[in-house]
Write a protein that binds this ligand. Structure first.
Ligand code: ZN
Length: 290
């Protein structure tokens, strides 16, 4: 069973309310003691934390931040509540396999549509980063494997500019991308973005991780990403997140080939230009020291 790290009084109020800037996300009660250094995994979808950071979950109490509920906008409306619940239950089953101690935070942004409201995502992330002390924060690398993963990466880099120095450690983690031959690859970080020796924030055996991944039965259709990973179970890869002002690398795009099933309106080049221009936007904020 996944256990709660914090007593109920300290849990996140994750009810989405249209409120004033910066106060929507309250991570801790005012009187709650500061956490000791902790691990946070930013997961665009409920399963990314296991696919990319099972080693962290298996070795440290972790706050998993689900950015979306993992239910795409094309899902039938009447099925949405069931799908949301199922995805959470699958996560809990996978965490149990990993013997993980997890606190889950849900931001309830729209699956497959994160790029449509980057400012709101940045706002939520700034609130998260400023109300959490001294954490190791695991961030999806920019990989061009999934639009939501890339958008979270860019939103984090934008949020860091507005976060006072908090002594966070910023760690990029790999989910999936495409290699030069066009094949899906796992456990790869681009050496231009991640030139230093890989980091090792925690590890888990591939056998245990396979058992955890199999808990995501809703994501096991033929050819799905998790099915591919089970057939090609690469180790996880982590590295120091690039500086928040670093431009995005030029990378081949996996979702170019998957957009017909993912969405009707996302053009990879348009999305890439949006993310690059967002990152290049000048800011008057002092930003966190690199
Ligand atoms: Zn994902």
């Amino acid at each position: 069973m996944a256990r709660e790290l914090l007593p109920h009084s300290q849990r996140v109020d994750n009810t989405r309310q249209p409120t004033k800037t910066g106060v929507r996300l309250r991570l801790l009660d005012e009187e709650a003691p500061a956490l000791t250094r902790s691990a946070i995994v930013l997961a665009p979808h409920p399963d990314d934390e296991v696919l990319g950071c099972a080693g962290v979950l298996a070795t440290r109490p972790t706050t998993v931040v689900h950015i979306t509920d993992g239910v795409p906008p094309w899902a039938p409306v009447q099925s949405v509540p069931t799908l949301v619940t199922r995805r959470i239950e699958e996560c809990e089953a996978a965490w149990s396999v990993l013997q993980a101690t997890v606190t889950r935070v849900s931001l309830h942004h729209q699956d497959a549509r994160l790029f449509l409201n980057i400012p709101r995502l940045v706002e939520d992330l700034v609130a998260l980063f400023t109300t959490t002390s001294s954490s190791d924060i695991h961030v999806p690398a920019y990989e061009r494997g999934h639009p939501d993963h890339d958008t979270v990466h860019v939103a984090v880099q934008l949020a860091r500019r507005h976060v006072p120095r908090q002594n966070h450690t910023w760690i990029g983690y790999s989910l999936y991308s495409v290699d030069p031959s066009g094949a899906t690859r796992f456990g790869f970080l681009d050496p231009i973005d991640y030139p230093h020796l890989p980091m090792d924030p925690g590890s888990v055996s591939l056998g245990v991780k396979r058992r955890a991944i199999r808990e995501f039965s809703s994501q096991m259709s033929a050819g799905s990403i998790l099915t591919q990973w089970l057939g090609n179970s690469a180790s996880e890869r982590y590295g120091q997140l690039p500086h928040w002002a670093a431009p995005l690398s030029i990378l081949p795009c996996l979702y170019e080939r998957r957009l017909t099933e993912m969405d009707d309106g996302i053009q990879p080049e348009t999305l890439d230009n949006l993310l690059r221009s967002s990152l290049a936007t000048p800011t008057s904020a002092s930003g966190e020291a690199p």
